[in-house]
Design a protein around this ligand. Sequence first.
Ligand code: SOE
Length: 395
Amino acid sequence: MSKEDLNIALIGRGFMGRMHSNAWGQVGRFCDPPLNPILHTACDTVEEGLSEYAARWGWQNVCTDWSDVCASPEIDLVDLGVPNYLHAPMAIEALKAGKHVTCEKPLAGALREAREMAEAARASKGKAFVWYSYRGVPAVAFAHQLVKAGTIGDIRHVRAVYLQSWADESVPLAWRFDKKLAGSGAHGDLNAHIIDMTRFVTGEEITEISGAIAETFVKERNKITGNVAGGIAEGLQKAKQKGRVTVDDTVLFLARFSGGAVASFEAARQATGNLSRNGFEINGTKGALRFDFERMTELEYCDLSTERATRGWTTINCSDMAAHPYMGAWWPEGHHIGYEHTFVNMASSFLRVIAGDEPVVPVPDFEDAYKTQRVLEAALVSAAEKRAVPLSEIK
Ligand code: SOE
């Protein structure tokens, strides 16, 4: 039976625009989704190079006005790979037009915008998701399944870190360093991921934040000139003039989970030596799990029921087609997948939910991502007011 087409319009063509393009292009080939994704339109306000970009990634049309793709009766899904301040206006307009939306993380730069986006999703006939892409890592999805099955018992401790080191003084003033455009720095960029990931793996909610510290080490950066698409730092052209950095370089905080566990979170852009150390350790009453994205195929497991003398961490290579979530779509065991595949995996679950099927593992919709946004906000309040913040305070 032939599948129904789903016409997609992508807005944005930086690092995430290319990542999403690849995901939509690959998902039909590998994952057998229930809908047939069509790369209909690539949209960007800058016309220069747009046709070449579209041809390279397989988009059939181009457009320079994002309102047009939201209004177009030909488009079924609007995909956002744009800076954070654009998420709310674009997602809300697309949802009002009844489109499905897949939005880059974090849901928004500001809590108010995130709330409005969740409201728009509730009122729309479209479905709305956020690309918290680490849920698409088979080892992380497997950790979720193990915790759900009770393998590590009741959770006592959660430690989560997302450590990068790309933001030294030489990196110019990209949008990621501007509060008006990004909302926050390492916090919304990296803590957002580990908040989502630990909520997903534990299946619990964060109920209180305390002890938050935010710091900006590099307070001024060279302003950018020219086109700034691509790369983590988006734009390496430098101008002599300096501008003020208005976001954090690092945010640390403590937390409590609904099941009673205590937790610590760390996000940093200047954690020298770490490139993308996104990981967690979760200790339960029957065992523990440990993950580090720099070794993304591995999940470490300590089983408390084993012989004490030989007990330790077992390294599970999460690449078994039959045993590990998402791997069935890829290669025989030991033939690893990479970062870009995690987005393909997410796209496959988005398409399943849109078609009314079960996702491989739960994917974050706007409601879910709004919960993560409330945790981000609580940490900022804790840092500013130097106090414990119950999540019930953050609406
Ligand atoms: C930059 O810090 C970045 O690209 C994030 O924005 C992504 O969300 C993360 O997955 C990788 O690092």
